[in-house]
Design a protein around this ligand. Structure first.
Ligand SMILES: [Mn+2]
Length: 242
């Protein structure tokens, strides 16, 4: 399928949980004029604890560089897990442009702020050590979940169920009154007179209206395997890669 733009975030290359094969399937199936990588593409945090770099992850990097070389506009906005890249703002890596944020005008004329979003996460911002421990706990949940879904398949119980997603949903709704990520990021987009915001960070893909501002989250490629595409009429669609 050919689309106008692709938006991806939270690929977490360098970790064992990165679903590189499924991302390769997605990239194979979707051609685009522009490809936006909205943070946590390479996980330098996890790589400090031990690198897991598979051949498929290598292929992901090669494919991205290749698409950029062949004229696709590829832009990378660093997140907190790849914040080391933030100092390269404005630099080209191969043909991939690094930017802090990006102002995207969709085909329907709507203006979107593209930003990873960690600066709107009160936990990441003020409690760095909590964020790091939370990160390790989350990786543990993803690992247990992979084992559980293997077990469910073995026992012929179809249907994917995400423990990490479930735990995150429970924890998230419990503390949402304090850490309302979506509210604060859409508030910032409104202040800056954007029509919408496209972000990542919280590993929870969605497209929805948030008090007149379109809130779009790309999700992730460690658990849910989701991406956002923009069609040639400017319509945004959430894709789940199976
Ligand atoms: Mn992040």
């Amino acid at each position: 399928m050919k689309v106008r733009s692709i938006f991806l975030s939270d690929v977490h290359l360098g970790t064992r949980d990165c679903q590189a094969e499924r991302l390769l399937d997605f990239l194979r199936e979707h051609e685009a004029e522009s490809l936006f990588l909205i943070g946590d593409i390479i996980d330098f945090w996890a790589m400090n604890r031990g690198i897991h770099w598979s051949p498929a992850q290598n292929t992901v990097v090669q494919k991205l560089l290749r698409r950029a070389r062949h004229g696709e506009h590829v832009c990378l906005i660093p997140g907190n897990h790849d914040e080391a890249l933030r100092e390269y703002h404005g630099t080209l890596f191969g043909d991939i442009l690094i930017r802090h944020e990006h102002h995207h005008v969709a085909a329907d004329g709507r203006h979107y702020l593209l930003i990873h979003g960690d600066e709107f996460d009160q936990v990441t911002l003020h409690h760095r050590w909590v964020a790091r421990w939370g990160d390790i706990a989350y990786n543990g949940l993803v690992r247990i979940n992979a084992w559980l879904s293997w077990l469910r398949r073995r026992c012929n119980r179809p249907g994917y169920w995400s423990l990490a997603g479930y735990a995150k949903h429970r924890v998230k709704s419990a503390v949402s009154f304090i850490f309302d990520f979506e509210k604060s990021i859409t508030h910032a987009a409104r202040e800056r007179q954007f029509d919408g915001v496209i972000c990542g960070h919280i590993h929870s893909a969605t497209i929805r209206d948030c008090e007149g501002i379109t809130y779009i989250n790309c999700g992730d490629w460690v658990d849910s395997c989701t991406a956002i595409v923009e069609h040639f009429d400017g319509r945004m669609e959430l894709i789940v890669q199976h």
